[in-house]
Design a binder for this molecule. Structure first.
Ligand SMILES: Nc1ncnc2c1ncn2[C@@H]1O[C@H](COP(=O)(O)OP(=O)(O)OP(=O)(O)O)[C@@H](O)[C@H]1O
Ligand SMILES: O=C(CO)[C@H](O)[C@H](O)COP(=O)(O)O
Length: 333
């Protein structure tokens, strides 16, 4: 029996390939429960298969390789509570497989290269996150994965990133302007030439979005530089620096939270959490608890994990605001 939700909430997660979307989606499934959430990979709307892209020289990042009309129609249909027959792009064969039926669910996450590209699709999203990974960090992550797991050489990885860059800049990167939350991952400023091991992570929260209350450190609207290391937070060299403050991003007002450095002891993140407000947690410590649940996920010991969990809590708040009050998601205790 399929449960028909009263309200289907649509969430967009945008980012290039290899930017940590899978890890983020695992965190969301942990938070909401697998049954509550359906993930649609927008690669399924490629209208040119691998052979056709090779023949035409059009990359998967190019809008011409994607069927936005169908994407829009199907997300709209799901949002109105009806099932769709969604195409499938097969990454093993590079071909388009026969479609599968997708039922509406409480939360539908549309993830991939273009959730914020088409204005019609964008307007259907109730909440959106863009994962903005700087080139230095992207190269470090891709090298680690593609060399150890996929047998690629360093030169292959670099060549693949360079080949994607023009279309990435033209069609993917500009979407961050429209996201409610951007998680920006940069090399640390605590050390020189760290080569992407220690990260400086910024959570850029758009102000004035209905129902989105930006999280803040100490005092809303002030500018805060904080070194939390000391008696309550163990930090090995080069330590941890945090920042919070208002800023402007693509001409709109945002609230930025930042963590530069690594947590030595994940349990102690509760100390940082106790100085954050508007986290949308259901109890003091829930953010830390969620991080601790999967300490093995990449990024758990730095700002990527912390801000992915925080973005998840903001999604839950959006869901609860829009859906029937009785459909509240239980806190993980
Ligand atoms: N927060 C993180 N910290 C460190 N490494 C990370 C982090 N997130 C992801 N990675 C690394 O980047 C690789 C790619 O991550 P992931 O598979 O989640 O990305 P993706 O966007 O889903 O990629 P794809 O679309 O290619 O499947 C992982 O294998 C992991 O090594
Ligand atoms: O950027 C991508 C999103 O995952 C892929 O490169 C794109 O979907 C094409 O897939 P493949 O390389 O398997 O043909």
């Amino acid at each position: 029996m399929t449960i028909k939700p009263d309200r289907v909430v649509i969430i967009g997660v945008a980012g290039d390939s290899g930017c940590g979307k899978s890890t983020f989606l695992r965190r969301l499934a942990d938070l909401f429960g697998e049954e509550f959430i359906t993930v649609i990979c927008l690669d399924d709307y490629h209208c040119l298969d691998r052979k056709q892209r090779k023949e035409t020289g059009i990359t998967a990042l190019d809008p011409r390789a994607n069927n936005f009309d169908l994407m829009y129609e199907q997300i709209k249909t799901l949002k109105s509570g009806h099932s769709v027959l969604k195409p499938i792009y097969n990454h093993e064969t590079g071909m388009i497989d026969p479609p599968e039926q997708i039922e509406p669910n409480h939360i539908i996450v549309v993830e991939g290269l273009h959730p914020l590209y088409d204005e019609r699709v964008r307007k259907l999203l109730d909440f959106s996150v863009y994962l903005d990974i700087s080139d230095e960090v992207k190269i470090a992550w891709k090298i680690q994965r593609d060399m150890s797991e996929r047998g690629h050489t360093y030169e292959d990885v670099l060549a693949a990133i360079n080949a994607r860059r023009p279309d990435f800049k033209a069609y993917i990167d500009p979407q961050k302007e429209f996201a409610d939350v951007v998680i920006q991952v940069l090399p640390t400023e605590l050390l020189k030439d760290d080569q992407g091991k220690i990260l400086r992570v910024r959570m850029i929260q758009r102000d004035g979005v209905e129902g989105l209350e930006p999280a803040y450190l100490f005092d809303e609207g002030s500018t805060i530089y904080w070194t939390p290391c000391g008696r309550k937070l163990t930090c090995s060299y080069p330590g941890i620096k945090m920042y919070y403050g208002p800023d402007s991003y693509y001409g709109h007002s945002v609230s930025v939270l930042e963590v530069d450095g690594q947590f030595d002891n994940l349990e102690e993140v509760i100390y940082i959490e106790s100085h954050l407000s508007n986290t949308s947690a259901k109890y003091q410590g829930e953010l830390t608890h969620l991080l601790l649940q999967h300490r093995e996920y990449p990024g758990s010991t730095n700002g990527t994990g912390l801000f992915q969990v925080l973005a998840g809590l903001k999604m839950r708040a959006t869901y609860e605001r829009l859906a029937a009050p009785e459909a509240k998601v239980a806190a993980t205790v």
